[in-house]
Design a protein around this ligand. Structure first.
Ligand code: ASC
Length: 155
């Protein structure tokens, strides 16, 4: 009974670690990271849209979306483990793994830029938000330039 309890506890602990999502197979990791990037882009996109005047400015919506994008930015990079280059079509270049330190640098840049945008959005000041949106977009693009392929892989 005690052993069973310990085993259940260990399983619960492992599955509840947010910064170390566990994946059954490479396809699960690829889906997870693609989903995370989709959500980050959706929430950042709403703030960027307000900064660019495409979406009416709403301070509360900007703050909520910036906070979500900043929180979500912690997620995708746990899902680039060894062996997750294949499993389903994806656009991660081999350099993600062969140049892992540089990839980590790009991830850090994106997380730092989103953390700054989150702070700017908390002020409710559109000028501060505008100033913080550009570096986020720049960090997306810098990583895509080096680490995201134009075309999806065959598998
Ligand atoms: C986004 C999004 C990206 C980046 C990029 C910025 O909102 O989906 O991939 O910003 O367009 O250069």
């Amino acid at each position: 009974m005690k052993k069973l309890f310990l085993a259940a506890c260990a399983a619960a602990c492992l599955t509840s670690l947010p910064a170390a999502a566990q994946f059954q197979k490479p396809e699960d990791a690829i889906k997870y990271r693609q989903s995370a990037f989709t959500l980050i882009a959706a929430h950042f996109g709403r703030v960027a849209g307000m900064a660019q005047g495409r979406i009416p400015f709403d301070a509360k919506a900007a703050a909520d979306n910036a906070a979500l994008a900043a929180s979500l930015s912690a997620l995708p990079f746990t899902a680039f483990g060894a062996g997750t280059d294949k499993g389903m079509p994806n656009r991660a270049k081999p350099e993600v793994w062969s140049n892992a330190a540089a990839f980590k640098g790009k991830a850090d840049d994106m997380q730092a830029a989103l953390a700054k945008l989150n702070e700017a959005a908390k002020t409710g000041n559109l000028d501060q938000i505008k100033a913080a949106v550009g570096p986020v977009g720049g960090s997306c693009k810098a990583c895509h330039d080096d680490f995201r392929a134009e075309k999806y892989s065959a598998n």
